[in-house]
Design a protein around this ligand. Structure first.
Ligand code: NFS
Ligand code: SF4
Length: 653
């Protein structure tokens, strides 16, 4: 592989100090990380513009992004067809990832109901009944199991239904749903939508970018209001709906005198099973016999966010830090399941004698140890892994260097909890949030979510963007690797309201919450959909999600899943800005449709910006436009005037 021309300083690669320290150590140890490859391998400019097609062997065909209408592919496909098809396939892949994850949760739920899975149970009866009621399933006077069976049957339709509307659209605000019906994009079932997306983007099928875009939206909606939402609901039912919990994050959560096990991936069952295994007296005793003070379970990426929200388990870092954590030499075992697992983790783990185990039949890594997790006997897998980790601890030959940094923060805000904390226990509701938006103390709400990417300085845009938003009185909700960027920066605490504008700070201080609310893993973006839907239903802020003063952003995205998420937010009515790169050729009809045309049809739209300041500017401008359209812009001016009056009064006293 080509070597980078110059050695880049770690502080130019990431703002995460622990990762900087580990990049320096990896270089001393002669271990290659993905940051090095990102420097050495430049992205192909044609691919980056989505101007190539390899859907048949008459090609691959390339279009020049600088003169996109000059040529067409061998079959005659033009740039709009090519780019829309590529985009559609990204959405299909991202949707498949979330919905297949949701399917695994449904499998587990079915096993629990049927009694073939005995290690887990229906933990959150209240949530089960709420989900049932939202699906118009009768709950009064019925047994938990009866209701659970009906919920299962209904949610299964999210996948298998071939005609009609997926069940969870019952939660969508009426006017938003009407706009989907008018456009013909209400999803039938995820399997059908993904299949049709793949079919329509094959050679010689759908060659009208506007028509392709309809199916792109329909597929993405089957993710947001389908697979992802099912995944969140079932996880809550089986493992408990999160409530705020204080958690320690960053690489300093690894402990030199304990058996460190990192669980990285996406399906909560692996870590839930690991928690049970690690608590077994015999296992604890085995660890103690080697001299270890205990077993230290640590999460990374979305699996980590799941158990951080539910159990307060510490979290070592986001996507760009997974190799770096291994470089500490302190990780006795890393277990992975599906999604965002870099193939080279196996190799890096090998450099430090870390036990590296794949656990899911659908995600093996060539050469890596595989111990399959079977939901009927999950602890058989996790016990074996912990025993291997204890052995590695006993024979640790590595020089260990653990970055000393940790940060504490509050996480685990479900949309149900937001309702409760703002409304109080007697009258839980979104009225206080809406009231504070209407009176202008809170200017709007922004979702800042998504990945980190070695081509973009790690965490930098997430943190700077969020700081800029809260400074401007915008309440921020977060999921995924973005949430961890802010957590490491120490900003997920109530104290962060010192950085918020006066209106937002006042609300946060009164309620006792941070201005940045972590909602969990990427599938939990469905909690944001639920929150915006509640805001519409509560009233006073328009009739559809597209009317709300809200915006979304994934500043450092990398995964196809992020594109699927972005598209379901756009189709739901949210202005969604992506940073660092966008897979499209500029100044084409397809770009015009995504960035403007969709909004004219009553949906949201896409935006793109390079710098966090520009992302914030675009989002704030949009939020202000929505405030003007709702006629609530004047209220905010009055509130701000009041505040500055109060401040000048205080200053004169
Ligand atoms: Ni989301 Fe989770 Fe992170 Fe990106 Fe990957 S871990 S599902 S895709 S990288 S936020
Ligand atoms: Fe080229 Fe058309 Fe084949 Fe794509 S489908 S590779 S544009 S000939």
């Amino acid at each position: 592989m080509a070597k980078p021309k110059e050695i880049i300083r770690p502080e130019d690669i990431t703002t995460c100090e622990s990762t900087q320290q580990m990049i320096a150590k990896a270089r001393r140890d002669g271990v290659e990380l993905f940051f090095d490859r990102a420097e050495a391998v430049k992205p192909c400019p044609i691919g980056a513009s989505s101007a190539c097609c390899k859907h048949c062997s008459m090609g691959p065909c390339r279009i020049s992004p600088s003169d996109p209408y000059k040529h067409v592919g061998v079959c005659g496909a033009n740039i709009d067809t090519i780019a829309a098809r590529n985009f559609g396939r990204m959405v299909a892949a991202g949707t498949a990832a979330h919905t297949d994850h949701g399917m695994a949760m449904l499998d587990l739920f079915r096993g629990v109901i049927e009694g073939t899975v005995i290690d887990f149970e229906i933990k959150d009866h209240l949530k089960l009944f709420e989900v049932a009621e939202s699906l118009e399933i009768e709950t009064k006077g019925r047994e938990v199991k009866e209701v659970a069976i009906d919920v299962y049957r209904e949610l299964e339709k999210t996948y298998t239904q071939v005609d009609g509307e997926i069940p969870l659209v019952k939660r969508v605000p009426q006017k938003t749903l009407e706009s989907w019906r008018k456009e013909g994009i209400v999803p039938r079932g995820a399997m059908r939508e993904i299949m049709e997306m793949m079919h329509r983007t094959a050679m010689g099928v759908d060659q009208d970018y506007e028509n392709i875009t309809k199916q792109i939206s329909r597929t993405a909606l089957a993710d947001g209001w389908g697979g992802s939402m099912v995944s969140t609901d079932i996880s809550d039912i089986l493992f408990g709906t999160p409530v705020p919990v204080e958690v320690t994050v960053d690489m300093g959560v690894l402990k030199e005198d304990q058996v460190n096990i990192i669980v990285h991936g996406h399906e909560p069952i692996l870590l839930e099973a690991m928690i049970i295994s690690a608590a077994a007296p015999s296992i604890k005793e085995m660890a103690r016999e080697t001299g270890a003070k205990g077993i230290n379970l640590v999460g990374m990426c979305c699996s980590g966010l799941d158990v951080l929200s539910r159990h307060g388990i510490p979290h070592a870092g986001n996507f760009s830090s997974t190799e770096a954590a291994l470089v500490t030499g302190a990780v006795d075992a890393m277990t992975v399941d599906v999604q965002c697992i870099k193939q080279d983790l196996h190799k890096v783990a090998g450099c430090y004698d870390t036990v590296f185990v794949t656990t899911n039949y659908r995600a093996k890594i060539e050469g890596a140890m595989h111990i399959e997790l079977d939901e009927h006997d999950p602890m058989n897998c996790t016990d074996q892994i912990i025993i291997k980790a204890i052995m590695r601890y006993k024979n640790r030959g590595q020089k260990i260097e653990i970055p000393a940094r940790t940060a504490k923060g509050v996480h685990g805000f479900s949309h149900e909890y937001i309702k409760y904390m703002l409304g109080g226990s007697f009258r839980g509701g979104y009225e206080p949030l809406n009231d504070n938006i209407i009176n202008g103390r809170i200017r709007g709400v922004a979702g800042v979510v998504g990945c980190t990417n070695p081509r973009s300085k790690q965490d930098f845009s997430h943190v700077e963007l969020v700081k800029e938003l809260i400074k401007n009185d915008i309440l921020v909700v977060q999921t995924g690797c973005s949430q961890m960027a802010l957590a490491k920066a120490g900003l997920t605490t109530p104290g962060a309201s010192a950085l918020a504008g006066p209106g937002l700070a006042e609300v946060c201080e009164t309620v006792g919450i941070p201005p940045i609310l972590g909602l969990g893993a990427c599938v939990d973006n469905s909690r944001i959909l639920m929150a915006v839907s509640e805001m519409v239903k509560t009233g006073g802020l328009g009739e559809s999600i597209a009317d709300l003063p809200v915006a979304g952003c994934a500043p450092e995205w990398m995964s196809e899943k992020a594109i699927a998420i972005g598209q379901y937010f756009v189709a739901s009515g949210v202005y969604t800005v992506f940073g660092h790169t966008f897979p499209i050729t500029q100044q084409t009809n397809f770009q015009e449709l995504l960035f403007n045309g969709l909004e004219e049809k009553g949906f949201g739209k896409w935006g793109f910006a390079d710098s966090p300041q520009e992302m914030a500017r675009l989002m704030i401008t949009h939020i202000d436009k929505k405030r003007r359209e709702l006629g609530i812009d004047k209220a905010r001016e009055r509130v701000l005037m009041d505040m500055s009056d109060r401040r000048s009064l205080a200053a004169n006293e």
